[in-house]
Design a protein around this ligand. Structure first.
Ligand SMILES: Cc1cc2nc3c(=O)[nH]c(=O)nc-3n(C[C@H](O)[C@H](O)[C@H](O)COP(=O)(O)O)c2cc1C
Length: 149
């Protein structure tokens, strides 16, 4: 794989600011694809239109032993949705998520509709910057890890 194909290495400055909304949406999908997923199965695919992206469950990538009901598969797709939304805000876009009425039939779990938006605030920029810094931490978890105030 060439370095330019590696989404972890893709430069944020290549975002097509002057492109169509669909071209921008397609760039943002490159961030969504960095989401965590059960056993790194990346069980999602995407379909776009002029102002939307459908997040589809790829049920050819199940984990039937540890995830017999595709629950974690759906959670993984949800992580991709959340990261898409965080990336959209960084580039001054707003998102609205609607669940699909019949995901079993349509495979589409949600449709994210995208509109022009305001500049991101500091918190939204920090969230965006976390997308490529995040990694799953498999260290032992202790109750001491969590501070409840
Ligand atoms: C729904 C879900 C379930 C996961 N379950 C486990 C798990 O049981 N054990 C584990 O070590 N990692 C688990 N992970 C983390 C994945 O293995 C990890 O996201 C994937 O290997 C990609 O690595 P990354 O998160 O560092 O990008 C899970 C992730 C998701 C989204």
């Amino acid at each position: 794989m060439a370095a330019s194909d590696d989404l972890w290495l893709r430069s944020d400055v290549d975002f097509p600011s002057n492109g169509t909304l669909e071209e921008r949406i397609r760039f943002l999908i490159g961030y969504a694809a960095l989401a965590p997923s059960g056993h790194n199965t990346q069980p999602w695919s995407f379909a776009t239109g002029p102002d939307w992206v459908d997040v589809l469950a790829d049920r050819t990538r199940p984990l039937p032993v540890v995830d017999p009901h595709d629950r974690e598969l759906a959670i993984s797709c949800g992580a991709a949705v959340g990261i898409f939304e965080a990336a959209a805000r960084r580039f001054c876009l707003e998102t609205t998520v609607a669940t699909s009425p019949d995901p079993e039939v349509l495979r589409s779990l949600v449709r994210i509709t995208v509109t022009e938006g305001a500049q991101p605030d500091a918190g939204e920029i920090a969230l965006f910057n976390a997308i490529k810094n995040r990694r799953t931490d498999r260290a032992p978890i202790s109750w001491k890890t969590f501070r409840v105030t």
